[in-house]
Ligand binder design. Structure first.
Ligand SMILES: [Zn+2]
Length: 399
């Protein structure tokens, strides 16, 4: 009796596992394959400066788009309630607070915070922040992802109207430098995140390949009582209001500065960034320890730094082969851990900024689906044959 019960349980478990495997394999079998835009440096006779139009109405707002509260009945990693997390950021005087729970915006609805969620339920931790959208993308590729599958998720989130930010790209190789040379259709990269060192290698890979994506900084806090992960990285965003349409527009235009500080405070303060011919000039206030300029292929360019009246001015000349140049300001003394990560100036023609979108490669996608259909048919036929062999042949009963 017990043996029969055990056998039945094992059979049910096996059926469940097979059903799950079938479901997961269907996700992969139906993924589109893409033709990615060519990887090449930005080009054009003009420079796009994301901070060039700051005379337009607006102000710098301190924003957090990545922090977690208790969600899904405690199944995901979060320590405090949504109200407590929101209150911790409001105490640090953030203008925009987003609670980015996994695949959920219910905390935002409850607390009136900014609508954002973190997308991704895969072992590779290929996660994205969907900012200012109104629908959750549930689809994912749980067992690892090629650039094609990552592109598919980016496109699905973009279709909801949300700004797409690749979260912590350096964490567990979620988005590798090879991926970032191919992917497009997203708006920003979370270059600062407390879990990992600054993902500048990944960012420079994307920029060097002609992808106009901007730096964003977030805590990714899972416990607001821990000073090392709360109020340490934030994004300054220049927008006329904190309404979702203004915030989305500011992110897409690159009017962002990634900041590393402590307790939600930093002494370094951005003043201006402009191009004079091919010379990038950056001006900053506060205890500046250094200004580093980075250009094509992540190579550094010589900085000439001067100071007067409490303002530090740094300049670097772009080479003809530089598709972009960007500046990073670091602090000194008590502010030696501080960073201001400025977005780059980018060469362009005044119309299209960077690479075009990836397009679906229809013949390859159809071939993949045909191949998958053949595999499913072969597996089904072989299972049927095995089942037939297992059923004992009926014998005539003698009376
Ligand atoms: Zn994450």
């Amino acid at each position: 009796m017990l043996a029969t019960f055990g056998w039945l349980c094992a059979a049910h478990a096996m059926t469940g596992l097979l059903a799950l495997l079938l479901l997961v394999s269907l996700l992969y079998a139906t993924a589109p394959l893409y033709a990615f835009a060519e990887s090449r440096p930005f080009a054009g006779p003009r420079w796009y400066n994301p901070y060039g139009e700051l005379t337009a109405p607006g102000r710098w707002q301190k924003a957090s788009f990545h922090a977690h509260s208790v969600a899904w009945g405690g199944a995901t990693n979060g320590t405090q309630s949504a109200e407590q997390v929101a209150s911790a950021y409001q105490t640090m005087q953030y203008d925009i607070v987003g609670l980015s729970n996994y695949h959920s915006m219910s905390a935002a609805a409850r607390t009136g915070t900014f609508p954002v969620y973190e997308q991704g339920w895969n072992v590779q931790k290929a996660h994205r922040l969907a900012i200012g959208g109104d629908a959750i993308v549930w689809r994912d590729y749980p067992l690892g992802q090629t650039a094609h599958q990552k592109q598919d998720i980016i496109n699905r989130i973009a279709l909801t109207g949300a700004v797409v930010v690749l979260a912590h790209p350096a964490l567990r190789g979620g988005h590798s430098t090879a991926d970032l040379r191919q992917l497009s259709g997203y708006d920003a990269l979370e270059v600062l995140n407390h879990f990992v060192p600054p993902a500048t290698t990944q960012w420079d890979a994307a920029l060097s390949s002609g992808r106009a994506v901007w730096a964003m900084a977030n805590d990714d806090s899972h416990d607001v009582r821990r000073a090392g992960e709360t109020g340490v990285s934030w994004t300054l965003l220049h927008a006329p209001s904190s309404r979702p349409d203004d915030v989305r527009a500011a992110i897409r235009a690159g009017r962002l500065i990634g900041v590393r500080g402590a307790g939600g405070q930093a002494q370094l303060a951005f003043v201006s960034q402009r191009m004079i011919g091919d010379t990038l000039e950056v001006r900053v206030r506060g205890p500046v320890g250094g200004v580093a300029f980075t250009a094509q292929d992540g190579l550094s360019r010589t900085a000439v730094v001067t100071s007067a009246n409490g303002v530090t001015t740094a300049r670097a000349v772009a080479r003809p082969t530089d598709g972009y140049v960007r500046a990073t300001v670091s602090g000194t003394g008590a502010a030696d851990r501080e960073l201001l990560l400025l977005n780059p100036v980018i060469r362009w023609d005044g119309q299209l900024l960077g690479a075009g979108p990836a397009t679906v490669n229809a013949p390859r996608t159809a071939a993949l689906r045909w191949f998958a259909c053949c595999l499913y048919a072969a597996a089904f036929t072989s299972m049927q044959a095995r089942r037939r062999r297992r059923v004992p042949s009926a014998r005539p009963v003698q009376v």
